[in-house]
Ligand binder design. Structure first.
Ligand code: ADP
Ligand code: ZN
Length: 290
C-alpha cells in the first residue's frame, strides 16, 4: 500500500510517499511560498505516485476537529497568505483520496507512538524546540485536540533570576517559546544558536526553562515518556542538564519508576528526524481505514 505524507512547515513543505510499515520510498522538499505558488507543486509531486490516502501534519493554528465546518483549514496563522486556507480540502479534491489532518507536533508524537520510542506507551508527549516551540500529546493512545489543539509552547514560566531578555513571543513576555526557542537564544545573545555551543551558562538557562515546562507537563498530563526534538535539541549537552533540573524542580513530589530512570524518560527522537513524516503516514493510514 502506498500512502502520501505532507509535513507542512512555515518555511518548507516536506512531501513523502511510504508504506504502512513506515518505509519511506521517496521524498522532496518544496519552499512554502503562497498557496497559489506552492499548492500546484505539491499536487504535481503526489500525482506521480499511486497513493491511496494522504496524511498532513501542519503548522498552525489549524482546525483539526473532524466535526468542524473548517476541518482541514490552516486558520489564524501569522503566515497571512495561508490564513483560513483549506489545505486538506484542496489536496483531497485534487488527488481524490481520503486525507488525515493534524498539527505538525501531534504528527511527530504519532510517528514516535506508531514506529518509534513511544510504541508501548499509552500517554506521551513530543516537544519540538526550534523556530517555535510546539507540544504534541497523545492520551490513552489518542491524539489530544480539546477545543482547538494544545499550544504547549506558550505556557507561562517563571523567569530565570538574571534573565532580562524581553522574550521573542509577540503575545507573551514570559512563555516557553518566547524565552527558549532558537530565535529567543539568538535574540538574547546576539548570535546564531549553533554558535553558542561552548557557552555553558547559555545551556544552563535553556535547560532551566525547558525543565520548568516539563514539570508542568508532567504534573498535568502524567506522560510515560517525553521526547524532545527540534533544532535546538541538537545541542546534546542539554539532555543531562534538563533531566537533572526536572528532578530538582519536581523535588521528589512525584515518585514513579520512570522518574527513577530519567535517561529513558526524557529522550531524543528515535526516528532520524522522520518522526513527523512517519506520523503523517499513520494519519493517512487511519484516514483510509475510517
Ligand atoms: P523549524 O522549527 O523551523 O522547523 P528547526 O527545528 O531546525 O526548524 O529549528 C530551527 C531553529 O533551531 C533555529 O532557530 C536554529 O538557530 C536552531 N538550531 C538549528 N540547529 C541547531 C543546533 N545544532 N544547535 C542549536 N540550535 C540550532
Ligand atoms: Zn507565547
Amino acid at each position: 500500500m502506498i500512502l502520501g505524507a505532507l509535513e507542512a512547515g512555515g518555511t518548507k513543505m516536506v512531501c513523502a510517499v511510504g508504506d504502512e510499515q513506515g518505509n519511506i520510498m521517496d521524498r522532496c522538499s518544496i519552499p512554502t511560498e503562497t498557496p497559489e505558488l506552492t499548492m500546484p507543486k505539491l499536487i504535481g509531486y503526489f500525482k506521480q505516485f499511486p497513493i491511496e490516502a494522504i496524511g498532513i501534519g501542519t503548522f498552525g493554528p489549524a482546525d483539526v476537529k473532524p466535526k468542524s465546518d473548517t476541518y482541514g483549514f490552516i486558520t489564524t496563522t501569522p503566515k497571512l497568505a495561508w490564513k483560513n486556507y483549506n489545505i486538506m480540502g484542496v489536496l483531497q479534491s485534487e488527488l481524490s483520496i481520503p486525507a488525515g489532518f493534524d498539527t505538525d507536533v501531534n504528527a511527530a508524537a504519532l510517528g514516535e507512538a506508531t514506529f518509534g520510542c513511544m510504541q508501548n506507551i499509552d500517554t506521551g508527549i513530543y516537544i519540538t524546540i526550534g523556530t517555535g516551540v510546539g507540544v504534541g500529546i497523545f492520551v490513552n493512545r489518542k491524539l489530544l485536540h480539546g477545543m482547538l489543539h494544545p499550544e504547549g509552547g506558550h505556557i507561562l514560566l517563571e523567569r530565570g533570576t538574571n534573565d532580562s531578555y524581553k522574550g521573542c513571543c509577540p503575545y507573551h513576555t514570559n512563555c516557553l517559546e518566547g524565552l527558549a526557542s532558537g530565535p529567543a537564544l539568538e535574540g538574547r545573545y546576539g548570535k546564531k544558536a549553533i554558535e553558542l555551543k561552548d557557552m555553558p551558562d547559555v545551556w544552563e538557562l535553556e535547560a532551566e526553562y525547558i525543565a520548568k515546562a516539563l514539570v508542568n507537563y508532567i504534573l498535568i498530563l502524567s506522560p510515560e515518556r517525553i521526547v524532545l526534538g527540534g533544532g535546538v535539541m541538537h545541542q546534546e549537552q542539554l539532555f543531562p542538564l534538563i533531566r537533572k533540573k526536572t528532578a530538582e524542580f519536581l523535588n521528589g513530589y512525584v515518585d514513579t519508576k520512570q522518574l527513577h530512570d530519567l535517561g529513558s524518560y526524557i529522550v531524543p527522537p528515535s526516528l532520524n528526524d522522520n518522526q513527523g513524516i512517519l506520523g503523517c503516514i499513520k494519519l493517512a493510514l487511519d484516514a483510509l481505514h475510517n
